[in-house]
Design a protein around this ligand. Structure first.
Ligand code: NAD
Length: 309
């Protein structure tokens, strides 16, 4: 019989983590870092979000500079100007992070700006990884996010355990900006899929065919997709409450179109869908789920609420 006492897995990872941006995604991600025993210092402009995570065991960084004292700083902010302000604004990360420390920006922002930020930080001895995610709030909660990384492999290896506490699939895509390019590619595929589902289920309805039966049949064949499964279900349930908001999707498609324009890559389907999301926003529906494209298709075709289906 083995008499050796089983070692209790209570060791604290040495890496100190600073976390800035405790929104819909950032809060569950921070909770997962605490569950993995990382010493965590958090900051957000929104005090209640900070207090919630401090109650769970994090320390209150009090400022961006306070969070910058860590070995690894994670940012999870809305858009490019927010990340730029946190890095390069007064009392920003650029002036306060130590040489040899790592910034992991997990926000979905411009790949072009990301390369600029990483180059400026490298001059100060700070490594920056772009690490946007897919998987939504559910993936953030479950710690199963898909993380798309751009930056130096050596920096990734130094902070892999931090990423593993938040995500299940960690893909090193390439050099700085490559993670953000991957993320905009992801959004192009997702948005075009959602529009395809919106058109197909509206077409079924207008032809007096049960959209539920069409969805079931398509899920068993070549047309199977996550959008058909999840967003198709929303269409059948007439449930367009967010979810992933139209306005966030518009931001991501804007980034895709800007990235395309910067490299001479036409994205005609993406451009059309961005216009459709623009109609949703202009008609007061920017806060609804991104599957609301189906609402527009139903309205455009007269399939909504007029008994024509
Ligand atoms: P959010 O708006 O809920 O959270 C952003 C947080 O950043 C807020 O708490 C805000 O107070 C804070 N913040 C903004 N500026 C700040 C500053 N200067 N200093 C400190 N804190 C600041 O956004 P979210 O839904 O958590 O998304 C964050 C990022 O993740 C976005 O880029 C988004 O596109 C991306 N994303 C979101 C989802 C999703 O399902 N929500 C999925 C994948 C990726």
């Amino acid at each position: 019989m083995d008499t050796k006492k089983e070692k209790v897995a209570d060791s604290v990872p040495a890496t100190r983590v600073g976390f800035i941006g405790l929104g819909v995604m950032g809060r569950p991600m921070a909770r997962n870092l605490l569950k993995a025993n990382f010493p965590l210092a958090v900051y957000d402009l929104n005090r209640p979000a900070v207090e919630e995570i401090v109650t769970l065991g994090a320390s209150d960084a009090g400022s961006i500079t306070g969070a910058a004292a860590a070995d690894v700083v994670v940012t999870m902010l809305p858009d490019t100007p927010d990340v730029e302000a946190v890095i390069f604004g007064d009392q920003g990360l650029a002036g306060s992070m130590r040489r040899g420390s790592i910034l992991i920006d997990m926000s979905s922002i411009s790949p072009v700006a990301t390369r600029r930020f990483a180059a400026a930080l490298a001059e100060r001895g700070v490594s920056m990884l772009d690490a946007p995610v897919s998987g939504g709030f559910q993936g953030a909660e479950a710690g199963t996010l898909s993380i798309m990384i751009g930056g130096e492999a050596e920096a990734l290896e130094r902070c892999r355990s931090v990423l593993e506490a938040m995500g299940k699939t960690i893909n090193h895509i390439g050099q700085s900006g490559a993670g953000q390019v991957c993320k905009v590619c992801n959004q192009v595929v997702v948005a075009i899929n959602i529009q395809a589902v919106a058109e197909a289920l509206t077409l079924a309805k207008k032809n007096g065919v049960d959209p539920g039966k069409v969805r079931d049949a398509l899920l068993g064949g070549f047309a199977r997709s996550t959008a058909l499964d999840l967003h198709g279900k929303r269409v059948l349930d007439d449930n367009f409450a967010a979810g992933f908001r139209v306005n966030l999707q518009r931001k991501d498609l804007r980034l895709a179109l800007e990235t395309g324009a910067a490299t001479g890559t036409p994205l005609p389907a993406t451009a059309l869908i961005q216009e459709l999301y623009g109609i949703l926003a202009a008609t007061g529906r920017g806060g609804m789920d991104n599957s609301s494209l189906a609402l527009l298709m139903q309205e455009f075709s007269g399939a909504r609420g007029d008994g024509s289906a």
